[in-house]
Design a protein around this ligand. Structure first.
Ligand code: C5P
Ligand code: MG
Length: 162
């Protein structure tokens, strides 16, 4: 492999009462609303999963792992991310993820207290040290109060060419 590959991914869901809010594999305590989704609606893991596939031009998670498949029903999206990672690794010629950076846009609740837990879960899933995973938060400034969204990039490199 020559140089680097980068992948970008995005996901969003409408917020609904009576649903857990799960982001980066972390269930946010006391959240009044969560993602209205067939799966656990973890937009952060879904954005990272699409970024993993996109780096290798492998399409997206909806194509490979349809949300109509009972295997991905209410199951944790960590399994989906690991499936996407395995697919990407099978095409990456020895390259591995070396860094990930993600943004979650959500008006409420405040996510800052859960940043380290989300980054640590993501780092574990991607096989990265915690200081290679950045997670930031933004409100929509009230423009999208019924919406949770995540965007992520993942950088890949071949450790043999480093
Ligand atoms: O979007 P805004 O610039 O208003 O965000 C300000 C701060 O609030 C940032 O430090 C961000 O990390 C934090 N934040 C948060 N939880 C959110 C949205 C923003 O902790 N749901
Ligand atoms: Mg601001």
């Amino acid at each position: 492999m020559q140089g680097y590959r980068i992948g970008f991914g995005e996901d969003a869901h409408r917020l609904a009462a009576g649903r857990p809010l799960v982001l980066g594999g972390v269930a946010i305590p006391g959240a009044e609303r969560g993602a209205d989704a067939h799966s656990d609606g973890d937009v952060l893991l879904h954005a990272v999963s699409d970024a993993l596939l996109s780096a290798w031009a492998l399409g997206d998670i909806g194509q490979h792992f349809p949300d109509t498949d009972p295997a991905y029903g209410d199951a944790p999206s960590s399994g989906l991310l690991l499936d996407a990672l395995a697919l990407a690794l099978s095409r990456s010629g020895g390259a591995r993820p070396v860094q990930a950076s993600a943004v979650v846009t959500l008006d409420r609740p405040k996510l800052g207290p859960y940043r380290d837990a989300m980054a640590s879960q993501l780092a574990d899933l991607l096989g990265l040290p915690a200081d290679r995973v950045g997670v930031t938060f933004k409100t929509s400034e009230g423009l999208a109060p019924d919406h949770v969204q995540a965007r992520a990039v993942v950088l890949w490199s071949d450790p043999r060419s480093a």
